[in-house]
Write a protein that binds this ligand. Sequence first.
Ligand SMILES: [Zn+2]
Length: 171
Amino acid sequence: MDPIIPLLGVLLLARIGRSGPGLGRARALPDVGAEDLDREMVAKVQLLAAKVSPIPVVITSGKRSGLRQARAMIAKIERGEDLRELYTSAARDGRLDALFSLPRTPEAWAPVLEDWARRGRSISDHMHGRAADLRIWQWSPSQYDQVVATAKALGLRTNRESDHLHLELPG
Ligand SMILES: [Zn+2]
């Protein structure tokens, strides 16, 4: 067998298993913006991971640039999700319609999303590092309930979205 293949597997596991800086017991997938989260959000996720340990707390999405936010939204559409249900205020005030009038590419959407974020009309708390998504497939239903209850007790808002638990700071 080609020795390159197992070596790559080990390197990949090491990279995925790496803790983001300052995340305590929580871990983060690589390159998801976890290291750029708001300090208050990092502190909450650290506390959450410590309180629910040994339940694994893995961040799958943290702070999003315009491009990252656009990719996340287009991926949701491709999975068949309804953005109007997920982004209710943007659906109400026409921001979603503005995006839908553009070509459905991250490159077309990103500058618009960034412009809104600069003007305080951000489409998602992820763009300010005030939201983080956690992987849920490793949790049993009772573990899921325990994480949600603990997050709420820490003052976080929670929302279950298809394949992850979305957490955000209030306000
Ligand atoms: Zn989220």
